[in-house]
Design a binder for this molecule. Structure first.
Ligand code: DHB
Ligand code: MG
Length: 220
């Protein structure tokens, strides 16, 4: 039996990505542009990017909101899924990141579907018109509850909400943690569990990004 180690999780994740996701010149380009620019390598994994793409298609989402563009990798996955006439609005706090993302998204041929709003979520979200069918939250973890509240306001019954990074190497069970990212993650999860606007679950993940997780919710 294979020992359960981070290396084995990575190998199995790479096998799944090779088998089910494949590689793609535009997504690879987005990742290399992000790396060359010295941006953090914290984009969603290939299997998670494909999951976002499938969730958009399964839910029939045409209007997608992303909080946290980074280099546009997940944005491209979702922009492909909304189809012709669909729209992704994506919020990025760092203007330099947004500029790299813009180039990669345009190069991928989905630029006309993607509206990048530069600014902090707390400033940009109040300016948006609602009606989003799927919201992907993948930004500063400290603001998770603020983002979830906006997702509820800007969505409608049936809107799908995906919240990234809810495992954090198992640290989520540590109620005494001083790590603000873990605290923000726990607060987001508590809100998803307690706030009657949401009906949610979460899955832990192991793979190329270590041990983490993703929460998926629907607006009631
Ligand atoms: C971090 C943020 C992410 O969105 C992610 O997917 C992994 C790590 C972080 O800030 O630590
Ligand atoms: Mg993330």
């Amino acid at each position: 039996m294979v020992e359960s180690t981070p290396g084995a999780w990575r190998a199995a994740d790479e096998y799944l990505a090779d088998t089910l996701v494949g590689s793609d010149v535009h997504l690879e380009r987005a990742l290399s542009a992000q790396r060359s620019a010295g941006m953090p390598e914290i984009e969603v994994s290939p299997v998670a990017g494909k999951l976002l793409n499938l969730l958009v298609r399964i839910s029939g989402a045409r209007r997608v909101l992303e909080i946290g563009t980074l280099g546009g990798y997940s944005t491209i996955w979702m922009a492909r899924a909304v189809g012709e006439g669909g729209r992704v609005v994506t919020i990025e706090a760092e203007a330099a990141h947004a500029a790299i993302a813009r180039e990669s998204i345009d190069a991928a041929g989905v630029g006309d579907r993607v509206d990048i709003r530069v600014g902090r979520g707390e400033d940009v979200l109040p300016t948006l018109v609602g009606g989003f069918d799927l919201v992907f939250i993948d930004a500063d973890k400290e603001s998770n509850t603020l983002y979830l509240d906006w997702a509820a306001k800007l969505g409608h019954p049936g809107t799908v909400i995906v919240l990234d990074n809810v495992g954090r190497d198992g640290e989520i069970v540590n109620d005494a943690t001083s790590d603000t990212k873990v605290r923000g993650t726990r607060e987001g999860l508590r809100m998803l569990g307690e706030d009657s606007r949401f009906d949610a679950t979460a899955l832990q993940t192991v793979g190329v990004k270590g041990w983490d997780g993703v929460a998926i919710a629907v607006l009631v």
